[in-house]
Design a protein around this ligand. Sequence first.
Ligand SMILES: [Fe+2]
Length: 183
Amino acid sequence: MSLLVIYDEKGYPLLTEKDYKAISQRLDKVGVLFERWRVKPVKGQEDILRAYHDEIQRINETFHFVSVDVASITPDHPKKEELRNMFLKEHTHSDFEVRFFVEGRGTFYLHLQDRVYAVVCEEGDLISVPSGTPHWFDMGKEPHFTAIRFFTIPEGWVANFTGSNISEVIPDHDSIVSSWLRS
Ligand SMILES: [Fe+2]
């Protein structure tokens, strides 16, 4: 199950969407690609890239990516707090940020005009953050995910921080997920 919560800039939830098709359509309207791929039971960078070869090829052709890698984190990572904080402040990139979740979970926050779209991504979800879109990512206090990352040029992925503290106002990944599991 994936989840979309749309907030105003004060962190008040305006809309919650749990249906994949509805999430995908809403995100499409704001230029964000959200797809669901069939999950394959593979582990390890090489096997993952091999198993998803055809899907990766299609995305590379669509967005002109030249390289992919696999990023993975588990709750026993010694630098989990540092890593979480790296992506928690609102920033932009000159490149598309495209991620496919092979396993686990993480929340992308897209700041679009006066709304924040929080997308809880789970295994099987692909999300694209268009270039120049203010956003942040929260993996939570006990991070657990494996994701395929797509790149055009390495420099394209440098984070340009906007200086906004909006990510402190909007509910974090852990609170969204816990209220979702309670509902
Ligand atoms: Fe980013």
